[in-house]
Design a protein around this ligand. Structure first.
Ligand code: GAP
Length: 476
């Protein structure tokens, strides 16, 4: 696996994200809030594209998947049935000296892999030998204790135990709880799936790596219900489908790696689990988990609600609780992976020569630096930028505006009439706009424009009449 984005510095990326309006610290004017992020004008377009592409791939282009948009706050019994009240915990330790709190597994990361003896589960229950507080260095850490990651709130005006509710830590349980209703109305037969995109909340002990581990994030989850005994083949099918999808949005196969869980790493009810990992600058980490969860979830809701979750198979006349295969992805992690993958710095020669920039080195004589986000057109926040060559020539502005108004009906477009044309191109390169259109004096005489491509910086004359088709072919 090529560590394609390992050379990107997360600091450089976070700085560009802030400067160009992709991602801001939430409530920054009050000093921010750890683990929470706001997506600016470009960031929310990027996320919207990811979600639309996922929804089209998973729901709209298939006969066997339907959608759901369930409430964030559900009946608290949902989380008892799912096991989250009891078991959705991270073991954490407190430092008695500085009063800071850490995840037990983080201490193993700090002391190094040679201390990682025993299984992951065992390591969560004890401290590594000689563990020190990562903040103050004191050897005064408590033993690991379970800390529930769900955010608690109260429904109604009285803050008492009977009014406790939780912000959902995953969107999946909304799907399981509505299985019966959807089965009744959707005319689907097993195998079929229910998909949902929405916010999830986890009170992570150590939010870190920019947006990678946040306390509020978005999930895209599919629960695909199958006949018992067909779990393995559907699991393999969804792993392959999901890998193809990541490639289709511009993440190279060489940057993706499936991690297949060993038997001893699986939950007791799970038949298989594969994580799709991406080579982030801070290491190879999970983008999505694809788990074969058996009948666990539906059976638990059947037990806790007293409502049948059985499916009657009209072909075999059998009744059974369907098994489920669950591809579960995080929108924010995918957005971060796309940003890491897209970010590059180049040296541009006057003759159009492009060289990869060397870190912390000024460009050689005759070259200038450009920063590019090389997004695939399908995810790029802005697809086309339109420029009149000169802003003080009304005939150019008018012709360009007409093209802009036509194209913006189909794509997210950007209008920019200020500054030298080279600078305008650079501004678009930096936010990943794949195409730029310049309207100049020749446009007025022969109805052609310059179409400039971001990566190669090649420019060609295209007639205004052919522009839409030309872009359609390249953006899709
Ligand atoms: N229903 C299964 C489930 O929620 P998960 O592995 O805990 O499984 C699925 O989460 C995906 O949600 C992860 O692969 C990741 O992309 C995203 N995710 C989980 N926790 C996250 C966090 N704290 N911040 C950002 N994304 C997160």
């Amino acid at each position: 696996m090529t560590n394609t984005s390992s050379s990107v510095s997360l600091e450089a990326l976070a700085s560009l994200c802030k400067r160009r309006g992709f991602i801001f610290q939430t409530s920054e004017i009050y000093g921010g809030l750890n683990g929470f992020w706001d997506y600016g004008p470009l960031g929310c377009e990027l996320k919207r594209n990811i979600k639309q592409l996922w929804w089209r791939h998973i729901v709209q282009s298939r006969d066997d998947v339907v959608g759901l948009d369930s409430a964030i706050i559900m009946h608290p019994r949902v989380w008892e049935a799912s096991g989250h009240v009891q078991g959705f915990t991270d073991p954490m330790v407190d430092c008695r000296a500085c009063k800071k709190r850490f995840r037990a597994d983080q201490l193993y990361e700090e002391v190094g892999p040679e201390h990682e003896t025993g299984s992951a589960a065992e390591r969560q229950l004890r401290l590594p030998a000689g563990a020190k507080c990562p903040a103050c260095g004191a050897q005064e850490l408590t033993e690991p204790r379970a800390f529930n990651l769900m955010f608690k709130t109260f429904v109604g005006p009285v803050e008492e135990e009977s009014a406790v509710a939780y912000l959902r830590p995953e969107t999946a349980q909304g799907i399981f709880a509505q299985f019966g209703n959807i089965l009744a109305v959707s005319r689907q037969k097993v195998p079929f799936g229910i998909a949902q995109i929405g916010k999830a909340f986890r009170n992570e002990i150590n939010p870190r790596n920019f947006t990678f581990r946040s306390r509020e994030f978005e999930q895209m989850e599919l629960e695909f219900f199958v006949k018992p005994g067909t779990d393995a083949e559907w699991h393999a099918y969804w792993v392959a489908e999901r890998l193809k999808w990541y490639e289709s949005i511009g993440l190279p196969a060489s940057s993706l790696q499936p991690y297949v869980y060993r038997k001893d790493e699986l939950a007791h009810y799970a038949g298989a689990c594969t994580d799709i990992m991406y080579a982030f600058p801070f290491g190879v980490q999970e983008l999505e988990g694809i788990a074969a969860r058996g009948a666990f979830d539906l059976s638990r809701h059947q037990e806790f609600s007293g409502k049948s979750m059985e499916y009657f198979d009209p072909d075999t006349q059998e009744k059974f609780v369907p098994h489920v295969v669950e591809p579960s992805a995080g929108v924010d992690r995918i957005a971060l992976a796309l940003l890491c993958n897209a970010y590059r710095e180049e040296w541009i020669g006057k003759d159009g020569q492009i060289l990869p920039a060397e870190p912390n080195t000024p460009p050689p004589e005759g070259f200038e630096m450009r920063t590019v986000l090389g997004f695939a057109p399908c995810v790029a926040p802005i697809k086309v930028a339109v420029f009149p060559l000169l802003k003080n020539k009304p005939e150019l502005v008018q012709a360009a505006r007409q093209i802009f108004e036509t194209l913006r009906r189909r794509w997210m477009c950007f209008w920019d009439q200020t500054g030298a044309i080279g600078r305008r191109y650079r501004r678009q390169d930096e936010i990943g706009t794949p195409f730029g259109i310049t309207v100049d004096f020749q446009t007025l005489s022969d109805q052609t424009v310059t179409l400039r491509e971001r990566d190669s910086m090649r420019q060609e004359r295209v007639s205004v009449g052919r522009l839409r088709e030309e872009l359609e072919n390249r953006i899709g």
